[in-house]
Structure formats: structure tokens, C-alpha cells
Design a protein around this ligand. Structure first.
Ligand SMILES: [Zn+2]
Ligand SMILES: [Zn+2]
Length: 221
């Protein structure tokens, strides 16, 4: 057992439980404190005692780490695929605008730009096996103009980041002057390129189909 009791000498009352491996402790008043301390340095996978030198940030031991990691990757992958399956296919209607590729974790100005890049990335030898190497789907993006950002939130972020480097008692708050100064700055950002993009994972574009459609559109011109 890893768990040890901390007893009040006078009353013989158990005051706390602590883990004999890492020294973590918890007040005996806490619900299930003993049980938690019993499992403190115990691997959640195999139930073995963890080594003193192991990273206590993880609930599992070194031996089990690859197994746990592989299972989590699989779960993530499953979630991604479920999300993708539910997304609305907008290939037929999507013509222009920025897109996001999850496989590359990159944004592109439009699908053409993505195709050029994807060509360099996966398809050096052959034009034909696009579908084999490229991701099947990419996502359109929401566009938000920088001038429509929330001035108050930016002001608060700014003050917070200033305070990050200061001692704990240092106080600073965003006031109306700062907010309106930031608002004025945002209002002046009228350049078309000053926008931010956010992937819309509820929609998807089938890359192969999109290329076919765009060829058809070209042919009709
Ligand atoms: Zn412990
Ligand atoms: Zn283990």
C-alpha cells in the first residue's frame, strides 16, 4: 500500500492521508481521500506501483505509456472522423474563399492555392493519384475582419499580459480610455487583407470533386 496515515498524537484521530511514494497528502475530511491517496502513485492501467522517479503528472506508468498514447490517438482519430462525417458537404456550392487543411494544419487563400501546395507536398510524381495522397476533405473558413474584433476583450488581454510579468499585488485595469483607443485603432484597419480566418468544421469540401467541378467550369467558359 502506498497510503500512510497522519495521526494526531493526542486524540489518535487520523488527520490526513499521504502517499509514501511522492509525499502528496490530503486532509482526511476530503471525501474518498484515503482511496485517492491509495491510488496516487499507482498506474491507472496496470495497477502497479509507479516508480519514484516517474513523472507523476501522468496517471499511468512508463510501461503503459505507449499503449495509452495509442488508444488516445485512436479516440482522437475516431472523433475527427465522426465530426467529418457529420459536416455538410459544400463542394458543389463552394467557389472561393479561404480554406483550412487539417492534415497540414494550414490555411490557404482558396482551393487553388491549396491544390498547388498539396501538389508539392504529396504528389511529386504523378497527377493521377491525387485521391491516394491528398486529404479527401478540406474545410471552408469563417472570415472575421480585424476591425470587427472586440475592443474590450483586446484591452483586457493587453492588461493581463502586462500583469503577467509583474508582482502579484500590482493592479491594473483596462479603462474606457484604453478601450476607445483600441476601438479607434481597429476602426482604421480597413485594408481587405486585415482579416482573420477560422476553420468551419461543420462544412467540408471534397478536394477531388472540387477539381473536377472547376475543370468543368473552365471548359464552359
Ligand atoms: Zn503519490
Ligand atoms: Zn502501468
Amino acid at each position: 500500500m502506498n497510503v500512510k496515515e497522519l495521526v494526531d498524537k493526542d486524540t489518535q484521530e487520523v488527520k490526513a492521508y499521504y502517499c509514501s511514494v511522492c509525499g502528496s497528502h490530503e486532509s482526511a475530511r476530503g471525501q474518498n481521500a484515503k482511496e485517492r491517496m491509495e491510488n496516487c502513485c499507482r498506474c491507472s492501467e496496470c495497477g502497479e506501483k509507479k516508480d519514484k522517479n516517474e513523472n507523476n503528472y501522468y496517471t499511468y506508468c512508463k510501461k503503459c505509456e505507449p499503449k495509452v498514447q495509442a488508444r488516445r490517438d485512436l479516440e482522437d482519430q475516431k472523433k475527427r472522423l465522426e465530426k467529418l462525417a457529420k459536416a455538410e458537404d459544400v463542394t458543389e456550392t463552394f467557389i472561393e474563399g479561404p480554406v483550412y487543411c487539417e492534415a497540414l494544419e494550414m490555411y490557404f487563400g482558396d482551393v487553388d492555392e491549396f491544390c498547388e501546395r498539396a501538389h508539392d507536398e504529396w504528389d511529386e510524381d504523378s497527377e493521377e493519384d491525387i485521391a491516394d495522397n491528398w486529404p479527401e476533405y478540406i474545410h471552408p473558413c469563417h472570415i472575421k475582419k480585424i476591425r470587427s474584433w472586440d475592443a474590450e476583450r483586446l484591452a483586457n488581454n493587453m492588461v493581463e499580459s502586462i500583469l503577467d510579468d509583474q508582482h502579484e499585488d500590482c493592479e491594473l485595469e483596462a479603462d474606457d480610455d484604453l478601450i476607445s483607443a483600441i476601438q479607434n485603432f481597429l476602426n482604421r484597419q480597413t485594408d481587405a487583407s486585415q482579416e482573420s480566418w477560422y476553420p468551419d468544421f461543420t462544412k467540408k469540401i471534397n478536394v477531388k470533386r472540387w477539381i473536377e467541378l472547376s475543370k468543368e467550369r473552365e471548359a464552359k467558359k
